[in-house]
Write a protein that binds this ligand. Structure first.
Ligand code: ME8
Length: 645
C-alpha cells in the first residue's frame, strides 16, 4: 500500500480562526479521506503555529502569559477542526517540547555547517519601545508605535544563505513541473522572486522573547517561519542528529502540503531551501488554494460579521458547511461566501436534489414493495443513460481529484443525483404503479435508483461523511468500496428503512436571516463598551458619600485564585487589622506586581463570597474604554489604615 503524507498549514494562535482558515482544514480532510478510500496509507498532519511577536503582544493585551494565551486558542482551533470533522492523524503545536528541541538543533546544525551566519542589519531604532523598524515602516520618519523620534542603529542577527541554493531550486522546479499547483502560482514565484535573485534571509529575532531560543546565543529567538515550516518534519519524528524515527523514514518526503495562496512563497522557496540544506528530499507537491472572501465586503469584528465555522455548523450542520465551502472555492481563484448563499445552496442542492431524491426513493420502495428493493430484470433502453452516467462518475471524480479540483469533483457527484432525479421523471414510477403488470419494471426502476444513490453517496463520503453514511443507512446498505464504483448492479436486494432519516430540510431564508442578524447584533453589543456604564451617575449628597469608608490598605500577600482566570486573593493590612480581599484584576496584574503596594480599599462593603473565599472589601480601580485597569494609590507614602475622605 503506498503511503500518502499530507499536511495543512499550521494556523496562527493569535485569534480564533474564521471560516477561511477552517476551509483549508476541510479541504485537506476531504483529500485525506479520498486518498484513504483509494487505498493509500494516509498520514494527515495539521496543527498550530504558536510563536512570534504578534502572539506575544496579543497575550499581553489580554493580560495573559503567551503560553496561557496559546493554550486557549490552540484548544479552540482543535475544537473547531473536530467540529467540522477533520480526521487528522497528528495535531502538532509548535510549543510541543519535541518540536522546540528539534528546531533549536536544526538551527545549530545549519549554523555549524555554514548555511546560517551571524551578521547585522541596519534599521531605525525606537529606544522607548525597544523596537527596530525598516525605513518603510516609519510614519513621518517617526516610530509607528509611539510617534517618537527614531535613530539609525544596527542589530546583530543570524542570516540564512538563500542565494546558495537558488539554482538548485530552479532546476527542481524544471524537473518537477507538478511541484507547485496551480501552475500559474509557479510562474509568479520564478519571475518575481527567484529570477531577480534571492536575498539572504534573517532567521533570528532579538526584539521580543516569545520564540524558540537559539541554543548557543540565547539573546535571539528563531524566526517564526523557520520554526513553523519545520513542523512538517518534526511532527513525524525527524531528528537533526540523524536518529529520525522509522515513521519519518516511511513518510518523508511529504506528498502534499495544502496551504493558502498568501504563503506559497514560504513553502516553495524557503522551505525547499531549508530542506536542501538539511540534506532532505523535497515535498512532492504544494497546493496553494485561493481565499474565501465575504460577499459584500470584508469580514470584520466591528461589524460583528466574521463568519466562524461553529456558527455555520450550529445553523446548518457539519456536512452542509463542508459542502458549501468546498463548492464555493473554484480550483484556481478565490471563492465568495455569504449567509444568504449558503441558505440557497442548502435548499437547491442538498434539500432539493439530494435530500429529496433519497426521500422519494425510500418512500416509493415502502409504498409499492413494503420496503424491499431488488432488480427484477425488467431493463429498458431508457436505463442505459442513467447507468452510464453513474458508472462513469467514479473515473470523472478521480480525474478531478488528481489536481484537487474538489468543487469540480462535487459537481460530478451531484450530476449523478440530478440524473437520478431526472430518471424518476422519465420513468414516472407512480404511473407504473397503477398497473400490476408493470410490477417487475417498477421494481427494476427502484433498484436502479437505489444503486445510483449508493454509488453517488459512496463517492460523496470523503466530502460529506456523515451524510453519506446516514443516506446509505436509509437503504439498509453499506457504502461501497471505491474499487467497486465503476460497475452498476452491486447489490442483490435490500430492505429500506420504514421512516428514512431526513438528510436536509428546506430552510426559510427569512427566518434564518433574522436569526443571523440577531446573532450579529448581539455580538456587536457585547464587544461595544456599554453606554449606560459610561453615563454619569446622578448627583448625591455629602451624606451619601460619607456612607462609604475608604482606607489605605497595604498588600502583604497575593496569589491567584485557583480555577479562576480573573480573580486574585489579596491579604491586606489596615493598621493593626488584616483582611482578605478578592479582586477581579488577575488579567491586569500578576500577584508579585501588587505585594508591598498601597491601595485604596472600600472598607465598609458587606463581605461577599467569591469562588468560595470571603472578600472583606473592594479595591478601588480606574478603567478606560478599552478595558485597561489601574489601581489607585496615595500620592505620598502614608500609613496603611489611614482614612480617605
Ligand atoms: O499563515 N480563505 O497561519 P494562518 C482561505 N501560521 N484560506 C485562508 C484565508 C481565507 N480567507 N485566510 C487564511 C499562517 N487562509 C501560518 C502558516 S505553515 C508552516 C504556517 C489560510 O492562521 C492561509 O493561507 O494565518 C493559511 O494557509 C491557513 O489559512 C492558516 O493561516
Amino acid at each position: 500500500m503506498d503511503k500518502f503524507y499530507l499536511t495543512t498549514a499550521i494556523a496562527y494562535t493569535s485569534a480564533k480562526p474564521h471560516i477561511g482558515n477552517t476551509y483549508e482544514a476541510i479541504l485537506a480532510d476531504s483529500i485525506a479521506r479520498f486518498k484513504r478510500k483509494q487505498g493509500y496509507d494516509v498520514f494527515f498532519q495539521t496543527g498550530t503555529d504558536e510563536h512570534g511577536q504578534k502572539i506575544e503582544e496579543k497575550a499581553k493585551a489580554a493580560g495573559k502569559t503567551p503560553k496561557e494565551y496559546v493554550d486557549e486558542v490552540a484548544a479552540e482551533i482543535k475544537r473547531l477542526w473536530d467540529l467540522v470533522g477533520v480526521s487528522y492523524d497528528k495535531f502538532i503545536r509548535t510549543t510541543d517540547l519535541e518540536h522546540e528541541k528539534q528546531v533549536a538543533k536544526i538551527f545549530e546544525k545549519l549554523y555549524k555547517q555554514g548555511d546560517i551566519y551571524k551578521g547585522s542589519y541596519e534599521g531605525w531604532y525606537c529606544t522607548p519601545c525597544e523596537s527596530f523598524w525598516t525605513e518603510s515602516q516609519l510614519v513621518d520618519g517617526k516610530c509607528p508605535d509611539c510617534g517618537r523620534p527614531v535613530k539609525k542603529a544596527q542589530e546583530e542577527a543570524y542570516f540564512f544563505k538563500m542565494s546558495k541554493y537558488a539554482d538548485r531550486l530552479l532546476k527542481y522546479y524544471e524537473e518537477h513541473p507538478e511541484f507547485i499547483l496551480p501552475v500559474a502560482r509557479k510562474n509568479e514565484m520564478v519571475n518575481n522572486f527567484l529570477k531577480p535573485g534571492l536575498q539572504d534571509l534573517c532567521v533570528s529575532r532579538s526584539s521580543f522573547k516569545w520564540g524558540i531560543p537559539v541554543g548557543f546565543d540565547a539573546k535571539h529567538v528563531v524566526y517564526v517561519w523557520l520554526d513553523a515550516l519545520t513542523n512538517y518534519i518534526t511532527g513525524i519524528g525527524y531528528d537533526a542528529d540523524g536518529n529520525s524515527t522509522e515513521q519519518f523514514d516511511k513518510l518523508w518526503p511529504a506528498d502534499l502540503h495544502v496551504i493558502g495562496k498568501d504563503i506559497i512563497r514560504f513553502h516553495v522557496i524557503y522551505w525547499p531551501i531549508f530542506l536542501m540544506a538539511l540534506g532532505l528530499p523535497l515535498p512532492k507537491q504544494v497546493y496553494g488554494h485561493g481565499w474565501l472572501l465575504q460577499d459584500g465586503g470584508k469580514m470584520s469584528k466591528s461589524k460583528g460579521n466574521v463568519i466562524y465555522a461553529d456558527d455555520l455548523v450550529e445553523f446548518f450542520g457539519r456536512d452542509a458547511v463542508r459542502y458549501y465551502v468546498l463548492t464555493a472555492m473554484p480550483q484556481s481563484s478565490d471563492g465568495l461566501i455569504s449567509w444568504e448563499s449558503i441558505i440557497e445552496k442548502v435548499n437547491a442542492d442538498l434539500a432539493n436534489v439530494l435530500g429529496n431524491l433519497v426521500n422519494r426513493t425510500v418512500a416509493m420502495s415502502n409504498k409499492y414493495f413494503g420496503g424491499k428493493v431488488e432488480d427484477k430484470g425488467a431493463a429498458e433502453d431508457i436505463d442505459n443513460d442513467l447507468k452510464s452516467v453513474v458508472s462513469s462518475a467514479y473515473k470523472k471524480v478521480c480525474d478531478c481529484m488528481k489536481d484537487y479540483s474538489v468543487s469540480d469533483a462535487l459537481e460530478e457527484i451531484f450530476t449523478v443525483f440530478r440524473r437520478a432525479n431526472k430518471y424518476i421523471d422519465e420513468t414516472a414510477p407512480w404511473v407504473l404503479a397503477k398497473d400490476e403488470k408493470n410490477s417487475s419494471r417498477l421494481a427494476t426502476v427502484l433498484y436502479n435508483l437505489t444503486e445510483s444513490i449508493i454509488i453517488g453517496l459512496s463517492l460523496l463520503y470523503p466530502f460529506m461523511p456523515e451524510t453519506a453514511e446516514k443516506g446509505a443507512a436509509n437503504f439498509g446498505l453499506p457504502l461501497r468500496d471505491f474499487s467497486d464504483l465503476d460497475k452498476f448492479g452491486g447489490f442483490t436486494e435490500t430492505q429500506v428503512k420504514e421512516t428514512p432519516e431526513i438528510l436536509f430540510a428546506r430552510l426559510d431564508q427569512k427566518v434564518v436571516m433574522e436569526k443571523v442578524d440577531k446573532m450579529h447584533a448581539e455580538r456587536v453589543a457585547k464587544e461595544t463598551p456599554k453606554t449606560e456604564e459610561k453615563k454619569d451617575k446622578p448627583m448625591i449628597d455629602i451624606e451619601d458619600f460619607e456612607k462609604v469608608q475608604l482606607k489605605v490598605a497595604k498588600v502583604v500577600a497575593c496569589e491567584k485564585v485557583e480555577k479562576s482566570k480573573k480573580l486574585l486573593k489579596l491579604t491586606v493590612k489596615l493598621g493593626n487589622e488584616t483582611r482578605t480581599v478578592v479582586s477581579g484584576i488577575a488579567q491586569h496584574y500578576a500577584p508579585e506586581d501588587l505585594i508591598g503596594k498601597k491601595l485604596v480599599l472600600v472598607a465598609n462593603l458587606k463581605p461577599a463570597k467569591l469562588c468560595g473565599i470571603e472578600s472583606q472589601g473592594m479595591i478601588v480601580c480606574a478603567e478606560n474604554e478599552q478595558g485597561k485597569i489601574a489601581y489607585l494609590t496615595p500620592e505620598q507614602d502614608i500609613e496603611d489604615g489611614s482614612e480617605i475622605f
